[in-house]
Design a protein around this ligand. Sequence first.
Ligand code: NAD
Length: 252
Amino acid sequence: MPTSIDLSNRIALVTGAASGIGRATAIALAAAGARVVASDRRDDDALRATLAAIAGNGGTAIAIAADVTVTAEVEALVDAAESRLGPIDIAVHCAGVLQEKPFLATTDVDWDHVVGIDLKGVFLCCRAVLSRMVPRGRGCVINVASELGYLGRAEYAPYCAAKAGVIGLTRSLAREFAPTIRVNGIAPGPIDTPMLSAQYMSAETLVKEKQIPAARFGDPAEVADTAVFLASDLSSYYFGQILGPNGGAYMG
Ligand SMILES: NC(=O)c1ccc[n+]([C@@H]2O[C@H](COP(=O)([O-])OP(=O)(O)OC[C@H]3O[C@@H](n4cnc5c(N)ncnc54)[C@H](O)[C@@H]3O)[C@@H](O)[C@H]2O)c1
């Protein structure tokens, strides 16, 4: 990142920080000087590996586990984060899940699982952090959506619906809380993380994922750099914008 980005004296909360984009974002924010609260569903070896990477770079981070679908856990996360490190200035909501399934086979449970994490989880996190940021008159929220929120994709209806919802949520909150709080989003294209693997996607879908102008998957650090920019004063005139590190997959 350009050396002009300095986030020292800022406290950043990152969800989904045990893996992929969330981990890279936590590391990048800490490298820019922020003190980081790295959160994921469980405080396990994966989340500890994020802390170790940050400490290895000379940064400061703590781990707090929370399931983003549970209101009480999200509220407790923000309370604990603020009592241990101080008021949250930056919140990046990366926690997410993906499911490939024909629409007519999609059950109520499938829908609630995906939309519960990918949309309701972002709602709960936004409400928890904004309720603290608004009285202080400062803060910055970044929600991670997806290019699929614009494009849609066969056999990914709950995910695409949730991500389109995150875009609408982000723009609504940007209007409601401007000018004191900046709310923006990121809609990545295919990024090389555990989400983009045979665990979640058929081999056929994975091949299609690379058929984009960049002809490669993105690196999580390329999304993290976007988050650092949106968290910094360099983006002071950005409100309700959905930035797209997506290899040209979507050019909206
Ligand atoms: N990888 C991609 O190609 C891609 C593309 C567009 C958008 N995204 C979005 O980026 C975000 C990060 O994805 P990623 O690729 O790093 O995936 P990932 O699977 O590597 O990481 C997702 C993280 O979210 C956590 N998580 C899942 N459910 C949770 C819950 N209920 N509470 C708390 N944490 C929970 C997981 O434990 C995991 O650590 C997601 O919102 C995803 O939809 C990813």
